[in-house]
Write a protein that binds this ligand. Structure first.
Ligand SMILES: Nc1nc2c(c(=O)[nH]1)N[C@H]1C(S)=C(S)[C@@H](COP(=O)(O)OP(=O)(O)OC[C@H]3O[C@@H](n4cnc5c(=O)[nH]c(N)nc54)[C@H](O)[C@@H]3O)O[C@H]1N2
Ligand SMILES: Nc1nc2c(c(=O)[nH]1)N[C@H]1C(S)=C(S)[C@@H](COP(=O)(O)OP(=O)(O)OC[C@H]3O[C@@H](n4cnc5c(=O)[nH]c(N)nc54)[C@H](O)[C@@H]3O)O[C@H]1N2
Ligand SMILES: [Mo]
Length: 754
């Protein structure tokens, strides 16, 4: 009998009697997979039956909070109530009052994709207000079309492939590092993990690695330069200053391939604002010796250099400007369009960035037409709830926030991903109804009125096709369905039936018929690419299909540069824009037509004594909040709290030692965390990665997450009025020893159910 497989964003697994085994071809399987099955089998956190919040069921109250009581109901009753409520909201407020941005990562399969399913359903009943861009890289999504004339998606597709870096790059300078931690994950799934090998091979081939980051763990075997978080733009501008001042900027490249280099130069040299962006100027802002900056600039000009910017850097105040400044620096070096050098955005931020694989756009589940054109920038959800009808700026538009009366969330966890969760917790009580579809009693499910339990991808068949992966996987169910959970498709089919749109939603197909339909589409796509896929039954039986000749090496901007600028980019000037007239014309208070330095709204440069900078990156043990109840994440906790990282000297000065529980706090909120120590840290930073399930309590009149959710501390503000991206990486905190009682973490136990 052929083996059976399943897949997740963190890898592909063979299903055996003893559980899941990573594919032998995957040299570095992610540790996240080891905690997957036990998380999905955890009866303390899986939702067994549909449940309705007692206060809403009996009195339609909106008192959503983490300790709410729920009443379990049979599916038919729960779906009846949901459909009646949906119809009531549409009839009384219109579809523009339904907010279903429903941002989140959900599962890797192509058919059971939570957001696509939800949107397809809501589109059959007139549509919903959506959300634009992502938490990952909204800054880049808005900026790149203006300055390089392509979407972030196309930019990511065209990035220079790893083999060219390995072969040609002599100096890889990575702002935000390039580590195996985020590279465990690939959106839509992956059959292999190679980023670590590519980096090792580059090093073995003589490429010198420079990790510009507050933590050494962000890049192995690298020289470490640790500017203050949030000061990278100043550092980059000073590197540019050195290149201009020493006549090492590539004037030929600047004049042929960029627009606005003169204005950029005048700004950097201080001709326009009287401040030359010298290494001495940056030294004070970045807390780095001026000599370090001069030396790095010289080496960048001497060597074949690749500049990489981790996605994290634009999840910060003015974050997209940092990306733009780094692009400008790469233009000054004049190595864009040459093999293995130039500019990259997000090598290492996920496994597939820079992967030399053929890109194939496989079909997905059609979502239909949304009758509502309105949307919000994804990270502005709390502002929307706070200020319906209020005007705000976004990418040159003046828009106004919709009045969301009903919220639908499926496949995402806003009480994981959003910033300043105490604020969201408060504003979340404004809508009339919140519906959440999720396998687990997440912090978001606990704050819903109607909770509909869905299967995880371990409980159903699906197809993994990732446009950047060289294999296609038939995902077989690996465990029995938990409780009475249903697939998203079954849940929404039940609702569509009650709304009179069953035929439109299902098109008469069962889930298996949809898989067959999607596979038939894949067969057509393969044919266009010159190869044949097996028929559905054979694919299902064999489980894995390797795409023939799947290697493809790309060199970004190769055509643009080879054509000597004749083949223009899709910007107004046809070139890379170092000055952008379109952005300048927006007259934004916090982003001009140039990549200019602006101090972040919070930062170590203006901190009070005792304040530390919070780094809240992606967790090593989970995908965001997913699998937090599983063994791998659980084993990493200290006294049940999420681990944080401090420099030993910082900890000692605070009276903390390893395995203590600390209180991390600021004016927005507080959380506990278990202390771990590392010398590879800036002394004025603390790392608390994302994803510990929010367990919010009032202690001595304060909001404290007793488990360790970093988003109790982060700041909920748009990066700029250009992108409105989130600024998770901009926050100051204080850390202290917690001497009081330590309340138990209860978020991994079922809520009160009757
Ligand atoms: N402080 C800070 N905050 C951050 C970040 C940061 O760097 N720092 N990073 C941000 C980024 S980049 C991102 S992408 C976000 C991620 O935020 P999210 O994507 O919202 O986080 P996940 O935990 O992956 O949420 C996915 C949810 O989908 C559910 N789910 C899984 N499978 C299914 C399914 O088949 N059907 C349904 N209906 N549900 C399913 C899971 O149980 C889980 O609740 O977080 C952001 N938040
Ligand atoms: N294991 C795991 N991998 C993941 C995910 C996950 O949840 N778990 N999530 C995936 C998702 S959705 C995304 S978007 C990507 C994100 O990928 P990234 O954005 O690359 O990952 P982060 O961990 O947020 O940040 C990378 C590093 O940036 C550094 N950094 C933070 N602020 C600054 C700064 O101001 N200056 C400098 N120079 N460095 C700074 C931090 O030290 C941090 O370790 O990760 C993906 N990969
Ligand atoms: Mo992300």
């Amino acid at each position: 009998m052929s083996p059976k497989f399943t897949a997740a964003h963190w890898g592909t697994y063979e299903i055996g009697a003893a559980g899941l085994t990573a594919l032998p071809r995957d040299g570095h399987p992610s540790r996240i997979g080891r905690g997957w099955m036990d998380a999905m089998q955890d009866k303390g956190t899986r939702i067994a039956r549909p449940a309705i919040r007692k206060g809403w069921l009996h009195g339609r109250d909106c008192q959503r909070h983490g300790a709410a009581e729920f009443v379990e109901l049979p599916w038919d009753e729960a779906l009846d109530i949901t459909a009646v409520e949906l119809r009531r909201v549409i009839n009384s407020h219109g579809n523009g009052a339904l907010f279903a941005g429903s941002y989140g990562w959900a599962a890797a399969g192509r058919f059971h994709h939570a957001q696509s399913q939800l949107r397809r359903f809501l589109n059959t009943v007139g549509g919903f207000v959506g959300a634009a861009n992502t938490y990952s890289h909204a800054g880049a999504e808005v900026l790149l079309p203006h300055v390089v004339g392509m979407s972030n998606r196309v930019f990511q597709d065209q990035m220079t492939s790893w083999p060219l870096i390995v072969e040609h790059c002599q100096l890889l300078v990575s702002f935000g590092g390039l580590s195996k931690r985020p590279a465990q994950v690939a959106s839509s799934g992956t059959t292999t993990h190679q980023t670590r090998d590519w980096l090792d091979r580059a090093g073995a081939n003589g490429c010198h690695l420079v990790n510009v980051s507050p933590q050494t763990s962000d890049m192995a075997n690298a020289e470490w330069i640790a500017p203050r978080p949030g000061s990278d733009t100043a550092l980059i501008l000073a590197l540019c200053h050195v290149l201009f001042a020493t006549n090492r900027a590539d004037d030929d490249f600047l004049s042929r391939f960029t627009h606005g280099a003169g204005a950029f130069r005048a700004y950097v040299m201080g001709e326009t604002d009287g401040t030359a962006k010298t290494p001495e100027w940056a030294s004070a802002l970045c807390d780095l010796p001026a000599a370090t900056i001069r030396d790095l600039a010289g080496r960048m000009a001497d060597k074949r250099t690749m500049i990489n910017v981790a996605w994290a850097l634009q999840r910060a105040d003015h974050g997209e400007v940092t990306l733009w400044a780094a692009l400008a620096l790469a233009c000054l070096l004049g190595q864009i369009g040459k093999p293995g050098t130039g500019f990259g955005f997000g090598y290492g931020s996920t496994e597939t960035v820079g992967r030399p694989a053929k890109l194939i756009d496989w079909p997905s589940l059609p979502q239909g037409h949304n009758g509502v054109a309105d949307f919000i920038p994804v990270a502005r959800i709390a502002d929307m709830l706070d200020k319906p009808g209020t005007a705000y700026a976004y990418d040159g538009q003046t828009r106004s926030y919709p009045d969301a009366r009903m919220i639908w969330w499926s496949g995402g966890n806003p009480f994981h991903h959003h910033q300043d969760l105490a604020r969201l917790d408060h504003l979340w009580r404004k809508p009339e109804t919140v519906v959440v579809i999720d396998p687990c009693w997440t912090a978001t499910a606990r704050r819903a009125d109607i909770v509909l339990p869905c299967t995880s991808s371990l409980e159903r068949d699906d197809i993994m096709v990732n446009r950047r992966d060289p294999a296609l996987v038939y995902m077989s169910a690996a465990m029995p369905v938990m409780g009475e959970a249903r697939d998203d498709y079954a849940i929404l089919s039940g609702l569509a039936d009650r709304m009179g749109t069953h035929a439109a939603f299902t098109q008469g197909r069962s889930a298996e018929e949809w898989l067959r339909q999607i596979w038939a589409g894949c067969q057509g796509t393969a044919q266009q690419h010159g190869f044949a896929l097996p028929d559905f039954d054979r694919f299902r039986a064999e489980g894995l299909f390797d795409i023939p000749d799947s290697d493809e090496t790309r060199l970004q901007f190769a055509e643009f540069v080879a054509s000597a600028g004749a083949k223009l980019l899709n910007t107004p000037s046809g070139k890379i824009e170092l000055f952008c007239d379109a952005i300048a014309a927006m007259r934004l208070p916090d982003c001009s037509g140039l990549p200019e330095w602006r101090a972040p709204t919070e930062g170590l440069g203006t901190a009070q004594p005792g304040q530390l900078h919070l780094i809240s990156g992606q967790p090593d043990t989970r995908l965001h909040s997913q699998n937090d109840p599983g063994s791998v994440a659980r084993d990493s906790k200290i006294a049940g709290r999420e681990p944080c990282v401090l420099h030993p000297e910082t900890a000692a000065a605070l009276g903390l030692k390893a395995r203590d529980v600390a209180l991390i706090e600021n004016a927005r909120g507080a959380c506990f965390a278990g202390v771990t120590l590392s010398r590879g840290m800036r002394r004025d930073c603390v790392v608390l990665n994302t994803g510990a399930w929010l367990d919010l309590r009032q202690i001595d009149g304060r909001d404290i997450c007793v488990h360790g959710n970093c988003n109790m501390l982060t700041l909920d503000k748009g990066a700029t009025a250009l992108s409105q991206g989130n600024i998770a990486h901009t926050a100051l905190v204080r850390v202290s020893r917690w001497a009081g009682d330590l309340p138990c973490v209860t978020v991994h136990q079922l809520p009160p159910l009757s």
